[in-house]
Design a protein around this ligand. Sequence first.
Ligand SMILES: [Zn+2]
Length: 468
Amino acid sequence: MGAKRRKEPFPNHRLTFIDFSMLANIIEQIERVLLHMEPQHSVAFLNLSPQWAIEKMQRARFQRTLRLAAERSTFYCEEFKRRGINPRRIEHPSELGDFYTTGEDLRSHGAEAFLTGHADTAFETTGTTSPVPKRVFFSIAELLEMGRASAIGLYHLGMRREDRVLSAYDCSFWVSPAVLRMGLQYLKCFHVEAGKISPPEFYARACHYKPNVIFGEPSWIVRFSELARERGTWPMKLLFGGGENISEQARDAVEQVWGAPLYLSYGQTESFGTLGAECERKDGYHRNDLFFYFETPEVDSEGYGELVYTTLARDVMPLIRYRSTDLTALVEEPCPCGLFARRIAKIRARTDEMVVCGMGNVGPWVFAELLRGVNDHGADWQAVVKHDGGKDVVELCLELNDAGHQSEVEQAVLVSLRERFTDFWKNYEMKLHDFRVVACEPGSLRNGRKLKLVVDQRQMGRGARSEG
Ligand SMILES: [Zn+2]
């Protein structure tokens, strides 16, 4: 097998006279029971749980997940065999050395190669570094468990039964609205799903429900709040954003309009939605250590590295050491808010070239596809994402022989956008972002060997990202 290095092994505790697996079983039963409690009781109980108890449970769940993957998933079975990894000898993720699962593995092998049980439903990531979507399968039981965990987080943010929720989450193949629906079922809130409709239509129809909690993608919430500033607001308890980044400046603007906080969650479709969510301090995301084992195997001098996670509570499609491609740090110091869960620092960047912005999740392939069949420009191009006037601006820089053709080329690219990327076009029409073609001198874009195709120039203070 790979390296045998053990990084931060689960500490052995002095309770050596008790069989560890038995203890872990007891702890897991307790955890299952407390997740069935009302959220306020679970939060109180989990806050009292010692850290070692959570670590014991993680170890037991990790070993069970690893064996399940090795026995039933063709991908893991073959990979472990090829690398000489014996799952029964592995007690901690770091003992897997340089073994990781990547998004490319999911795409090239297909979700079926990862299945270990009967799936009830599936979700997809929308837009990645490749046009091939990643598909992830789940059971209804897993959906319920994730909903319970979300309910605990939302309860901690102050949501209660009397709240009235309106959601603008996009229901098309996206995992977040499904998890939210389950979570609200435990909180027993009144809940209406609008889907991702245009902010003016949402505004007009929201009046009938008078929601005091609104869920949506951050760029959509920004646009909706601008509209509300012009047309009038009503009392709001909180707004909650998932699915993409937001600048602190944009967050402040939203909070000023409503006189209420905007909280963010961080997650990926592969993780089944939420990996972590903000508390009222908005200083990083409280992570879900009950369902995931988080690592940052290679860190810089400031402790930042790519976030890697292993699922601990999934029976249908477990993922072992999945590379998130997000750069962050694990924060072990307790948060002043008092919640038991440790944190993930604000996401600094992506490790690949994909950019999450008001247009959607865009990578180099998106722009290459937009330019397919469009004439009058050079071979080199570069997409620059900026932030201006409260919204993201995507500038596609093209080398044109005649700058006078700029508007013609822009029109042709917009036709491609409308015809080939329905979701991105919808966001453009809703004015969630601006899109323009910028004319450049021939030969001016490439000043090195490799041209960076997508450049994110936004100054991000804090932010969340999730795919799907
Ligand atoms: Zn906190």
